[in-house]
Structure formats: C-alpha cells, structure tokens
Design a protein around this ligand. Sequence first.
Ligand code: HEM
Ligand SMILES: *[C@@H]1O[C@H](CO)[C@@H](O)[C@H](O)[C@H]1NC(C)=O
Ligand SMILES: *[C@@H]1O[C@H](CO)[C@@H](O)[C@H](O)[C@H]1NC(C)=O
Length: 546
Amino acid sequence: MKGVSFLLLWVSVVDLSTQYRYDNVTVDYVPRQLTEFKNEHPRPIGVLTTIAGAPVDIRQTVTLNTDIFSNMYHLDTTTHTDSERIPERVVHAKGNGAYGYFEVTHDVSKYTCADVFNGIGKKTPFFGRFSTAIQNKGGNELAREIKGLAIKLYTKEGNLDLLNLHLPVYFYRDPVDFGHFVRSFRRNPKTNIFDFTMTWDFITQKPDFLHAMLWQMSDYGIPYGYRRMDIFPIHTYEVTNKHGESHYVRFNFRTEQGLANLTNAQAQAIASQDPDYFTRDIYNAIANKNYPSWRLDMDVMTLKQATHLDYNPFDVTRLWKKGTYHTVTIGRLVVNKNTDNQFRDMEQVAFNPANLVPGIPGPVDIMFRARRFAYRDTHKHRLGPNHDNIEINFPIYRKTYTRDGKPPVRENMRDAPNYYPNTFHGQEPIIDMSYPKIRKNMFDRNSVDLQPSSEFYNHIVESDAHRQRLADNTAFTLRNVDRRIVKTTLKMLSLVDQDLGHRVAASYKAAQERENAAAKLDTKKRYEPLARCINLFTQGRLKWVD
Ligand code: HEM
Ligand SMILES: *[C@@H]1O[C@H](CO)[C@@H](O)[C@H](O)[C@H]1NC(C)=O
Ligand SMILES: *[C@@H]1O[C@H](CO)[C@@H](O)[C@H](O)[C@H]1NC(C)=O
C-alpha cells in the first residue's frame, strides 16, 4: 500500500512556510491560529483518507463528470456534513471551553471532607465552559444577560460539576417556571424577534423574577468579558465533614482580574465589530499566558442558624443577609489552557449539578431537586444515553453496573458481573461516614416578596448615578413594549421603590418623546435602522470609537 503515489504527493508540496510569517506584535492570537499550526507542522500532517481509512486518490477530490456514488471521499464528505449538527443547548447555547485547575489554599476540613477541597496545595484539574444564557449558538456575547462559567472538576471521588452564573441570585424559585422563563425571554413565535412585551408581561405576573432582573439591568448586567465577573453556583449547598456533621454554605468565586462592566453604549459599540468579543478575550488571555483566576470563598451557616432566620436561606432568588453567616476561603480556580477542539470538549461536555462528591451532599431546595432531573434529561436528548462515556465527561475512576445502549460504550465493564448484588466479586459500595445524619425537608412559601429587590436598589446599587443607569437600561427594554404592559411594569417597579418607578417612567417618557419627534419628521424613519442608530448617537447612548 505505501507506494510511489504517496511519495509523489509528499514531494509535490512546496515548502512555503517562510511566506507565512505573521506579525507577532499584536496581542490578538485568534487570527494567527492556523499560521501557528503550520509553523508547528512544517510538512502536511499525513495522508488524506476516507472515514474508513483508505487513502484518497487526488482524482477523487474532483467529481465533475464522474461516477459520484462510487466515490467514497465524496459520499463521506456530503453525508457526514448533512448530519454534523447536534441539538444546541436549550439555554447557554453559545459557549467556549478551556481547561484549568483548582488549588486548595486554606483548611476547610471542619466543614467538608470532600477530597477536592482538602490538603493545602492540592490541585484538581477541571474543564470549564464560559457561556451566555439566552443567545442562540451564534448569538451576541455582549447582550445584557446572564453569563455562565460551568466547571467539571475531575476529583478522585468522581466528577464535581459546579454550574456558575455571573449574578448571585436566580430568577425564579419554582422549577415549573423554567420553560416559561426561557420562552418569554426569547423570540416571539410569530415575528421571530426578541419581544420584551412577552418578557415584562411574564415578569409582572411572576414578581420573583424582578430581583435578578434588576441585577441584570444594573452595571452588573454586562461584565467587561468573562474574566472580569464574579461567578456563583447560587444554591445553598449542604456540606458535611468526616463525622457526618452538616453546614450550609454558599460558594462565591471572586474574580482576581477585578470586577468590570460595560454600559449599553460600550457593549453595542463592541458588538458591532465583534459579537464574539468575550470568547476572543478569554482565548487571548490564555494564549498570552495571562491566566484568569478566581478565589473561591464559602459563606457558612449551621443548621441551627439556618432555621432561626427571618428569611429563607435556601431561596435562590435572594441573598443571605449580612451578619447571619461567616466567610472562609477555600482555594483558587485558574484557567490555563485553551481547548484545541471546541466541538469535542465544549459542545459535548455535559455539566450536571447533581454530579456531587462525598462531603458535598448538595442543596436541598426544590429548584435543585428539579435540576437533578432536568440536566440528565436534556443530556439524553442532546448527546444520548451514554453522554457520560464521552471523553470530556468521563471521570478519573468509574465502576458501574450500567452498560450497553447507544455508543459510545467504551470498555463497557468488559467481563465483570452485570448485576448487583452478586457473589462473584463485582464492584461493591462503600460506607460513607460523611453521609448526612438527618434528612432535611424544605417548605417554601409562595408569597410575593419585593424586599430583596428593594434592598438591591437601595443598598447594593451604591450611587444615584448607578441607579439612573439601571433605570435607563430598564426603560430601554420597554421602548417597544405594549402600553398596557408598560403600565403594569412601572407600577410593579414603584412597589419596589417609588424612586425606581419614577426614574424608569421619566426615562421611558423621554425616549418616547424623542422617538415621536423623529417619527413626526418622517414616519418611515422611525423603523429605518440607520435613522434609529443616528437617533441613538444623538441621544448620547452611542459614542463613536476610533
Ligand atoms: C429549575 C431550574 C433550572 C433548570 C430546569 C435548568 C435547566 C438547564 C438546562 C436544560 C441546561 C442546558 C444543559 C445542556 O444542554 O447541557 C442548563 C444549562 C445551564 N444552567 Fe441551568 N437550569 C436551572 C437553573 C439553573 C440555576 C439556578 C443555575 C445557576 C446557579 C443554572 C446554571 C446553568 C449553567 C451555567 C448552564 C450552562 C452549562 C454549560 O455551559 O453547558 N441553571 N440549565
Ligand atoms: C516574533 O517571534 C519570533 C519567534 O518567536 C521572535 O524571535 C521575535 O522576537 C518576535 N518578534 C517580536 C516583535 O516580538
Ligand atoms: C462598573 O464600571 C464603572 C466604570 O468602570 C465603575 O465605576 C463601577 O464601579 C463598576 N460597577 C460594578 C458593579 O462593577
């Protein structure tokens, strides 16, 4: 098989590498990726084959006037391209992946015996996926919405998945809202356009959403890239020490790059040039060896403390109140390697918040219980029943009685017994001393509580200028909304705080007047994109950038 024809192909490739020198003065590594590949591989990396491994004759790469159905190269490329898509994630569809490690810096053994968090200096590798929540796969990363960083830590005790968002509170506390949330924040089924009439109509009937929505409308809403945001798994986790004693904790990853954010105008200006800016920024930081990192802190409560509060500490729509907990540091998360294949790792990774380890039995609230089911279900749809056999999802150690099914099945437990219990020395369970001693049950109240929103507006938002930006950003989302819904929205905002209601109403009114004035000049212009942009520039919302 190795023959003259291969040799001919090899020598026919002229070495052009000297012509492919690139300008390495720029810090943007993204456009150089292929040139770097070429520099690392001065010759073609091998012989082109069909999917089945047969070498491809150069005449098969042109099909005009040939018997195309005898040409395996043609059949491979056409049929495989036909089916190269898998379903995009229903949320967080647009992401990018990178590797890193978690390092323990402090002793937290009295709270949790989880191996990953014990032993100062211990490093555990992880795969991380940065994402934006509402956009589709090709969406705009600069949109004002939730960002994520999900991490899968490959610990000695199995995978620990922490799915983090860049805001410390979540939108709703009743799992039945999930699908309605996702759809009401997205495209109208008829117009196929993002429709804030739907969004605000939904929120005004589900005021739980308002707190997270105000965070999103504030400066926190658009971080200046994935590196410049804090991230939170949000839920209150139960953790246990080696005696099975429980504490209740909230994890907080604090960015070591410094928090930073963008205004609408800045975000729009960047998006108009580079809607992938967040991905570019993280890729370049890693390529420049400027590794982004986060300090992991843990807010701690005892069960006794947790049950004697004037608020529900398990509610994902609110923060813990100051003075009801103490904070300890655990370690540091460092991202230090770009993946060399986004589909293999980033697209196929299946994060599941239910992937927990001994010493972290996990949250007890009803949202988390719903999530234990939802992710498994969606992964089965997106990747198939054996998604955990895909390389990126495979734990360091695993011996299970589950097997077979749609590929990949890997070694499929070879010849070991396939039922449990058995007396033939199949794998056996352990006795986990950290298993929680008591089972807790949570009862939630369904009452509307606007206090967390009011607390946020008055105390976390630190200045009047910031409150005004929050109000302007909110008014901006109302500009095309049905008048009736605008009215109810303004009413709801006034219930949170009179000042908030007034500011949004004033900002909304001013924007309407400007648009009406523009429309009077020329009715058609109101919907002309360029006229609208010019309108934004004259309002000072957009600034020209050099
Ligand atoms: C009932 C509540 C929730 C449901 C039903 C739900 C459901 C989902 C689903 C179906 C996905 C797509 C997963 C995939 O295709 O791989 C997803 C992704 C994600 N969720 Fe949730 N979610 C809920 C609440 C939350 C909360 C409270 C957080 C954060 C604390 C969160 C953080 C994330 C993140 C970061 C991702 C992206 C994972 C990735 O990068 O692949 N979710 N969620
Ligand atoms: C560009 O890279 C080459 C090879 O690594 C190096 O020798 C050269 O000094 C670099 N030039 C600049 C301007 O950094
Ligand atoms: C947002 O950025 C502005 C300007 O850099 C800064 O003054 C402000 O403190 C930032 N706010 C947050 C919440 O990061």
